[in-house]
Design a binder for this molecule. Structure first.
Ligand code: ATP
Length: 322
C-alpha cells in the first residue's frame, strides 16, 4: 500500500478532526501518501481530492466540525455515482480508504465493495453512539457533556419558576444521548425510541414524585415514538393543566464545540488503528473501542445491529429522582 485517501461523511461530530489528524500522521509515519477528499462521497464523485501532509492537520485536534467538510450524497446511492467515485480513486492510485462517518457512510462503503476492490476501513464518526462494535463513537462524549451543561442551566430557571421542562435532544433512532445525559442531569424521566412511551404512565410517575420537588425535567429523544417534545408536552398538559410547562429543543449545539479530552483520545486511537489495520490488510471493517481495547467489526454487523439499551439505567434514573 502506497497511497490512501480519507474523508468525513454524514453528520459532523466533534472529534472528526482529531481522527483525521491521526490518520494523516500515522500514514506519513509509515511512508504512505495521503489524499484528503472534501465533502464526503460527493467530493469522491466530483473529484475534490487534494494531497495532505503533516502540516495540513496542524492545530485541529481541539476543533469541532471537520476541516474536510461533510455531505450527504444522493449520487453515491446510484451505481453510476459509485462508478465515478471508483474512477477517481483509480485516477489517483488510491490503494485504501479511511471513512470517518456513521452507519449510512458504512452502508455506502459496503455497497461500493460489492463491485469494486478498494479496501475501506471505518472510524465511527457520529454523536449518536448507535453502532454495534464500539462502546463509544466519535463526538458522543462531547455531545452528552454539551447536553448536561445546557440542561443544568435550564434546571436553574425551572427551579426558580417551579416549572416542568421537556428538553428534546438528538437521537432519531437511538436514545443513548438522552439516556446518559438524562442521568447526568438528574432528569425526572427520559423518553427514548427504544422503549414504549405511555403518557398516562408518565403523568402518574410525575405525580408520584416528592411533593416538595419544585422543578421537573423530562429528556425526550427526538425520535421518541410518542412524538417530539412539543407533542408530548401538549398531551401531558391536557392531563396536568396546573403544571407550568415549557419546551426546549437543544438542536444543533449538540453537534458542535471543542471535543472533550475523551473524544480527542478515542478519535486519535481510532484514526491511528484504522491506518495500521489497513496496512495489515484489513478491509470493510469499522474500528471501535470495547472495554478500552481496539476492536474491528465488519461493516455489515456494525450497521445491522444496534447496541442494547441498558434497561437497569432507566430503572435507576426513576429511583434516583424520587
Ligand atoms: P450520521 O449517523 O451522523 O447521520 P451517517 O454516515 O449515517 O452519519 P448518512 O447521511 O446516513 O450519514 O450517510 C452518509 C452517506 O452515505 C449518504 O449521503 C450516502 O451518500 C451514503 N450512503 C448511505 N447509505 C447508502 C447505501 N445504502 N448505498 C450507498 N451509499 C449510501
Amino acid at each position: 500500500m502506497k497511497k490512501i485517501a480519507v474523508f468525513t461523511s454524514g453528520g459532523d461530530s466533534p472529534g472528526m478532526n482529531a481522527c483525521l489528524r491521526a490518520v494523516v500522521r500515522t500514514a506519513i509515519y509509515h511512508k504512505i501518501e495521503v489524499m484528503g477528499i472534501m465533502h464526503g462521497y460527493d467530493g469522491m464523485i466530483k473529484d475534490e481530492f487534494f494531497k495532505m501532509d503533516e502540516k495540513s492537520v496542524a492545530n485541529i485536534i481541539h476543533r469541532g466540525g471537520t476541516i474536510l467538510k461533510t455531505a450527504r450524497s444522493k449520487e453515491f446511492l446510484t451505481s453510476e455515482g459509485r462508478q465515478k467515485a471508483y474512477d477517481n480513486l483509480k485516477k489517483y492510485n488510491i490503494d485504501g480508504v479511511v471513512v470517518i462517518g456513521g452507519d449510512g457512510s458504512f452502508k455506502g462503503a459496503l455497497e461500493f465493495s460489492q463491485k469494486f476492490n478498494i479496501p475501506f476501513i471505518g472510524c465511527p464518526g457520529t454523536i449518536d453512539n448507535d453502532l454495534e462494535g464500539t462502546d463509544v463513537t466519535i463526538g458522543y462524549d462531547t455531545a452528552i457533556n454539551t447536553v448536561v451543561e445546557a440542561v443544568d442551566k435550564i434546571r436553574d430557571t425551572a427551579e426558580s419558576h417551579d416549572r416542568l421542562f421537556f428538553v428534546e435532544v438528538m437521537g432519531r433512532d437511538a436514545g443513548m444521548i438522552a439516556l446518559i445525559s438524562g442521568i447526568g442531569v438528574g432528569a425526572e424521566n427520559i423518553l427514548i425510541p427504544e422503549t414504549k412511551t405511555d403518557i398516562d404512565d408518565l403523568v402518574q410517575r410525575l405525580k408520584n414524585k416528592r411533593k416538595t420537588k419544585t422543578s421537573k425535567i423530562i429528556i425526550v429523544a427526538e425520535g421518541d415514538e410518542a412524538g417530539g417534545a412539543f407533542e408530548i408536552a401538549e398531551e401531558v398538559k391536557k392531563r396536568l393543566p396546573d403544571y407550568d410547562t415549557r419546551v426546549t429543543i437543544l438542536g444543533h449545539i449538540q453537534r458542535g464545540g471543542n471535543p472533550t479530552a475523551m473524544d480527542r483520545l478515542n478519535s486519535s486511537r481510532m484514526g491511528f488503528s484504522a491506518v495500521e489495520n489497513l496496512l495489515k490488510g484489513e478491509k470493510n471493517v469499522m474500528v471501535g473501542i470495547k472495554n478500552k481495547t481496539i476492536t474491528l467489526t465488519p461493516f455489515e454487523k456494525a450497521v445491522k445491529q444496534r447496541p442494547q439499551m441498558d434497561k437497569d439505567l432507566l430503572r435507576m434514573m426513576d429511583i434516583l429522582s424520587i
